[in-house]
Design a protein around this ligand. Structure first.
Ligand SMILES: Cc1cc2nc3c(=O)[nH]c(=O)nc-3n(C[C@H](O)[C@H](O)[C@H](O)COP(=O)(O)OP(=O)(O)OC[C@H]3O[C@@H](n4cnc5c(N)ncnc54)[C@H](O)[C@@H]3O)c2cc1C
Length: 468
């Protein structure tokens, strides 16, 4: 631990967005401090270990070939995930249809390409301003299977409903973004992804304080942030920083700034747009296999169950020997604001009983309700705030400031890339270093050397467990 409390950059929160940003800033030579209130990194994409089971607290699958991999490549960290094959199946009338291979796979790929083309050349196909995904799709079909799959796919990705998700955002996600076409499960649980990123961050000289909470930001006479009070080991510490990035969401960032330091209209906008959405996840385990799909299943006709995941076929180390671990997740109604937690959990359980014969005998490992301050997505897709704030040297990252049509941890990586680029333009590394002692400058140069390619992304499609 360093006694020097002067930093170029302070990053608040070691969730996906904070870690991606801190890793990029440290790699680019900024003397960076990452402060996390919990004892582990990953935030809502971390892992708890219980009786030999790795139970994720949020994100399960990590997308490959997107901004996530871009950051890992730049900072020389290894993205270690295993790709299930097939990745996603759709369960229709009790049958699991592999939408990534064979005829349905081809139809799926062709359909996306045709959709992209058709939207371009046939203007009436394009969504009208403000049209919801539900309204747009029902222009073409009212088929209950299609509508059920749409509902559950949108719930799985955006933790919202087709009635609330703008159609143009959904189409942008499908035709331009990763759309979970390629993903993998991290062996050992999702936290291992962030631990790899943390290792790279530290290798580049980044400092992290765990079990430490930023209590408030302090301001210079020109209105910029110049420091923070951090409670570490019960002791308040005052540090100085040239720039600050918050991963705790724009709403909570307001609280660290204090109303007097922000324009009133910005405060009103942040409060008005604050609509975190919820997901309920039930983790269960069995000594007999309960599913034959190796990755995710998306359901066409359920009360609440949107998707289920099978972890142990690709990552047997996530459970004790001979156990199979799954989860099923739902988006409650309503998906934001208050809902009846007990009823919603019962509805999800009823679906799991229908879809997983043997669920009644399974061991329930955890029922995780992510909502309110610890939500599925901190902003409803389409209602995200910009990553910039009215304060010149304060930015937000994470899933409260997603770009249009982005979702999940990929969206967090994208916010980090964008914010790191803005920081480089506004506070070039040389400017940030100007105030450092010559010895510290040498250190910064040393740690910002390129990393050999041998550290690059490492993902495999092998499934160590035999197909069921
Ligand atoms: C059930 C569920 C399933 C999901 N599935 C997937 C999936 O399969 N794939 C995927 O990519 N995404 C998935 N997601 C979404 C993904 O988990 C989130 O989008 C992502 O983790 C959000 O990260 P973040 O950086 O925005 O914020 P967070 O993870 O919330 O990180 C913020 C961090 O800041 C810390 N903090 C708060 N206040 C302070 C303070 N004052 N001082 C210091 N630290 C502070 C918090 O402890 C936290 O660690 C899922 C989410 C849920 C809930």
């Amino acid at each position: 631990m360093s006694d020097n409390l002067e930093f170029d950059a302070l990053v608040i929160g070691a969730g996906a967005g904070g870690l991606f940003t801190a890793a990029l800033l440290a790699k680019r030579g900024y003397r960076t401090l990452l402060v996390e209130r919990l004892g582990e990194v990953g935030g809502r994409a971390s892992t708890r270990y219980k009786d030999g089971f790795a139970v994720n607290t949020g994100a399960l699958g990590i997308e490959i070939g997107t901004e996530t991999e871009e950051v890992f490549n730049e900072v020389g960290a290894r993205l270690i995930v295993r790709q299930p094959s097939p990745g996603i199946v759709c369960r229709v009338s009790g049958k699991d249809i592999n939408i990534s291979a064979g005829l349905p796979g081809m139809a799926n790929r062709v359909a996306i390409k045709l959709l992209r083309l058709a939207l371009h050349v046939i203007p009436p196909l394009q969504p009208r301003t403000g049209e919801s995904s539900h309204a747009w799709v029902t222009r073409f079909t009212n088929n209950p299977t299609v509508l059920g799959l749409l509902h559950n796919f949108i719930g799985s990705i955006f933790a919202t409903t087709p009635h609330l998700l703008p159609a143009d955002l959904f189409l942008h996600y499908l035709t331009t973004k990763g759309a979970f076409k390629q993903f993998g499960f991290p062996p050992g649980g999702t936290v291992t992804v962030w631990q790899e990123l943390l290792t790279s961050y530290k290798r580049h000289g980044g400092e992290i304080w765990l079990n430490a909470q930023v209590q408030q930001l302090s301001f210079a006479a020109d209105g910029t942030v110049n420091g923070a009070t951090v409670n570490r080991d019960g002791i308040p510490r005052q540090l100085t920083t040239k720039l600050t990035v918050s991963d705790i969401g724009p709403q909570a960032t307001l609280g660290l700034c204090g109303d007097a330091n922000l324009p009133a209209d910005y405060i009103t906008t942040v409060k008005r747009q604050y609509q975190p959405s919820a997901i309920i996840t039930i983790y269960f385990a069995s000594t007999t296999p309960l599913a034959s799909f190796p990755g995710f299943a998306c359901f066409s006709s359920t009360r609440r169950l949107c998707y289920a995941a099978n972890f142990t076929q690709t990552c047997p180390e996530n459970s004790p020997p001979n156990w199979h671990v799954y989860c099923g997740a739902s988006v409650p109604q309503p998906c934001t604001g208050d809902f009846n937690e007990t009823n919603e959990i019962e509805l999800l359980k009823a679906d799991l009983l229908d879809e997983f014969p043997g669920f009644a005998q399974a061991r329930i490992l955890d029922v995780v309700v992510t909502r309110d301050e610890w939500p599925a997505q901190r902003a409803m897709a389409g209602a995200d705030l910009p990553n910039e704030t009215p304060i010149a040297n304060l930015w937000n990252v994470g899933d409260g400031v997603k770009e249009w049509g982005s979702a999940a941890t990929t969206a967090c990586a994208e916010t980090a890339i964008l914010v790191a680029a803005k920081i480089e333009r506004a506070y070039p590394w040389q400017v940030a270093q100007a105030a450092l002692e010559p010895q510290q400058q040498e250190h910064a140069k040393a740690v910002s050397q390129p990393i050999p390619q041998s550290h690059a992304v490492d993902h495999t499609s092998s499934s160590p467990k035999e197909a069921l």
